[in-house]
Write a protein that binds this ligand. Sequence first.
Ligand SMILES: Nc1ncnc2c1ncn2[C@@H]1O[C@H](COP(=O)(O)OP(=O)(O)OP(=O)(O)O)[C@@H](O)[C@H]1O
Length: 261
Amino acid sequence: MEKTLLNYDSVEISFDGTPVVHDISFSLQPGEILGLVGESGSGKSTLMKAAMGLLGDTGLVTRGDITFGGRSLVDMPESELRAVRGAKIGMIFQDAGASLCPIRTIGDQIYESMRAHGKIVNAEAKEHALELLTKLNFKEPERIWESYPFEMSGGMNQRAGIAISMLMNPPVLFADEPTSALDVAVQRQVVQEMLHVRELFGTAIIIVTHDIGVVSAMADTVLVLKDGRKMEYGPAKEVLEHPQNDYTKELLSAVPKLKRS
Ligand SMILES: Nc1ncnc2c1ncn2[C@@H]1O[C@H](COP(=O)(O)OP(=O)(O)OP(=O)(O)O)[C@@H](O)[C@H]1O
C-alpha cells in the first residue's frame, strides 16, 4: 500500500467553542486528486485551513488529528508550520491576482518566495522558474517573469499562481475554488494545468470546488460535505455515477441548472 501523505482522523473544528466541522476522516495518497464539494458554509475551506494552522485566533481543532507524513499538524509549533506551508503544502486560491502583489513583477515575487525557503540568488531562481514555466507549457516564460500581474489576464495570473506554488515542489497542493472566477474556456486551461502538475511531479491535490464538471474532470476521490458533516466519500466514479446519499443526489441534479446560468 502507498504511504499516506495527509490524514484527517475524526476531525472536529470549532470557532469560539462551537463545532462547525464534525468527525471528518479521509486520507490523501501521493498523486491522488481529492474533490471536496458541498454548498457554501459546509466547511471545505475550514478543513484546509486547519491543516495549515490558519484558523485564526478563534478557530481550533477540538477533536481528532491531522497528520502530514505521520506528524501531527495540530500540535505543530507555528515556527515549524511556517516551513510546511508552501514547501510541503502549496496553496492556490480563487483569485490569484489578489494574492499576487500588484506593483511587483512576477519574477520579483518568485524570487522572494524562493528566498523565504532558503538561500538562493536571483539568477538561480530565474533559471528554475523559467524551466518550470516551460515544463508547464507557458509559451513565453521570459515575458511572464518580466510581467506585472495587471499586464496578464485573470487566467494567466491563475496559471502563474499555480506555477509559483509548485516552485518548492510540494507533495500536496490545496486548491480553493481555483476556477470559480474564470470563464469556461480558461477554467479548462487551469484544470489542464493542475492535471499536468500531477503528471509531472506526482503532486497530490485537494480541490475545493462548486463545479461538479471540474470534479469529474480531475478527481480520483470525492468527499461530499454538508453543514460540516461527511455525506459521502469514495472513488469519484462511484460517487458521481452512483451517489448513495440524498444530498449528493441533490447536488448532482443541480448541475445542468448551474451550467445553463
Ligand atoms: N473565522 C470564523 N469564525 C467563525 N465561524 C467561521 C469562521 N470561518 C468559518 N466559519 C464557519 O465555519 C463554517 C464553515 O465555513 P467554510 O468557510 O469552511 O465553508 P466553505 O464550505 O468553505 O464555504 P464557501 O464555499 O462559501 O467558501 C461556516 O458555518 C462558517 O460560518
